[in-house]
Write a protein of this length. Structure first.
Length: 122
């Protein structure tokens, strides 16, 4: 029988935790994590899930889809309208890599620290 575990947090390495938390706060509407500081900042969803951002010395951004610096993992976000969500996220500082393997089903963007994340249709 599998262990009963509840996911409570995901943490991403970065050079500037406060800036990355601000990006995701604007993108998701999550609340700022109450213990955010210069070395760790986060955003918290209503149910308690935290996306955290931790400062790492000599941080190197993933190079997606190139694996020179691998992505290690990525986040997926479900949205109602791919075009609208993409435009908003690009205005907030996300980037859209040229390589888009999802066709009309999903879009790959990168956050300001270079982490890839996907937008999928609701």
């Amino acid at each position: 029988m599998p262990l009963q575990m509840k996911l409570t947090a995901v943490a991403l390495d970065c050079a500037d935790p406060e800036a990355l938390a601000a990006f995701y706060r604007q993108a998701t509407g999550f609340e700022p994590h109450p213990k955010s500081n210069a070395d760790f900042a986060g955003v918290t969803r209503e149910d308690g899930l935290v996306i955290g951002f931790q400062r790492v010395a000599d941080y190197r951004a993933p190079q997606w889809p190139d694996q020179t610096v691998p992505q290690q993992f990525h986040l997926d976000f479900e949205v109602d309208d791919l075009d609208e969500a993409e435009a908003l996220l690009l205005a907030l500082g996300a980037n859209k890599p040229e390589h888009q393997p999802g066709g009309d089903r999903w879009r790959v963007l990168t956050d300001p620290a270079g982490h890839p994340f996907c937008l999928t249709r609701a």
